[in-house]
Design a protein. Structure first.
Length: 359
């Protein structure tokens, strides 16, 4: 939501757009900490109730953000959301691996990230449109009953998931000692860092460079989000077996789209095309990299999930911080250029993807 409401939130809290972008980076910071600590802190707690607690924390975060009287309270609310994000996603892949047969894990991951595609398709454009009509606070208040229903659904639908064994940091350290896993982790960070350096500040770009109003902004965000369904569908049908050739696609296509926006940002048609490709690859990226993790850390899925989420959230944090500094210090063009540079470095590290696979 802060991406689609960045400009009015900044105005309402009397902050710059770059500063308000840090509401995303602060959630990333706390998500990193939560993802690394969740399996250790949760100990032998039933994973179902840990996930329920994360959803309850999301509800508390929404209330704080919606009612925030100043920038500091907003940051506290976003910090709580970061704990929820880090805790949930660190456990999500390991939970999926317990719920379905091994051969069905890529499809199950695609189904889970289909929820992300739905959110991207509707939340951002609807948020931008309703924010223009009723104000950004009303949008966050409107989300609270949805999350409350989700909280109840977690309690009803999830089966009991007792912890199989107590996790500690040694499992994570063991994974980091494996060269192929460490290389993959860094490559995933560069891919997500590139994506969020651009995506966090997409609204200022569309307003300043493309010259869109709120209605056109909502339509373009809808195009981006709906394209996510395509990415989810394609990844669920064709992702099986050797994942190595696919690892470079997110950085290649999303970085290329960001470059295209820099070159042809004044064209509504061109911008719509690039955002459609970017949106499709955005959801596919999650499925591709989490499938890589499931295949290459199958002996320690919770530790692998913790490290992957920490890496992803660190890159989101880095992207939001660096992008905001470039935006406030130079221009929106500098922010998007930084995104392209990160994608290029990621491509160089990934290569053909074989060095990122376990022997």
């Amino acid at each position: 939501m802060p991406v689609s409401l960045l400009t009015p939130m900044a105005a309402g809290l009397r902050a710059t757009e770059g500063q308000t972008g840090q509401a995303i980076s602060i959630s990333g910071l706390f998500a990193v900490a939560a993802s690394l600590l969740i399996t250790t802190v949760a100990g032998r707690l039933n994973r179902k109730w840990v996930l329920v607690a994360m959803t309850a924390l999301m509800l508390a975060s929404l209330v704080l953000v919606a009612a925030a009287p100043n920038f500091a309270v907003l940051m506290i609310g976003r910090a709580l959301l970061g704990i929820c994000i880090g805790g949930f996603w660190a456990l999500a892949t390991a939970v999926i691996m317990r719920l379905v047969p091994e051969s069905e894990v890529p499809k199950a991951l695609a189904l889970m990230y289909g929820g992300q595609a739905i959110a991207a398709a509707f939340a951002a454009p609807v948020g931008a449109y309703l924010g223009g009509l009723f104000g950004w606070r009303a949008v966050f208040w409107a989300l609270t009953p949805i999350v409350a229903v989700n909280l109840v659904w977690h309690m009803v639908a999830l089966p009991s998931l007792p912890a199989r064994h107590r996790q500690d940091f040694r499992a994570m350290i063991d994974l980091l000692k494996r060269p192929y896993f460490l290389r993959g982790l860094i490559a995933s960070m560069l891919s997500w860092g590139s994506a969020f350096t651009m995506f966090t500040y997409l609204r200022p770009f569309l307003e300043q460079v493309t010259g869109v109003d709120v209605t056109m902004l909502s339509l373009l965000l809808l195009v981006l989000g709906c394209a996510g369904f395509v990415g989810t569908w394609v990844s669920s049908r064709f992702l099986s077996g050797n994942v190595a050739p696919l690892l470079k696609l997110p950085a290649l296509l999303m970085g290329g789209c960001t470059l295209g926006l820099l070159l042809f940002g004044g064209s509504i048609v061109g911008v719509g095309l690039f955002l459609a490709i970017w949106g499709a690859m955005n959801t596919a990226m999650s499925v591709i990299w989490m499938t890589w993790m499931a295949q290459n850390a199958d002996d320690a899925p919770e530790a692998g999930g913790s490290l992957m989420v920490a890496a992803i959230q660190s890159s989101i944090l880095l992207g939001a911080v660096v992008g905001g500094l470039l935006l406030d210090g130079l221009s929106i063009g500098a922010t998007f250029s930084g995104s392209v540079v990160l994608a290029g470095i990621g491509l160089a590290l990934i290569g053909n993807g074989r060095r990122l696979l376990k022997p």
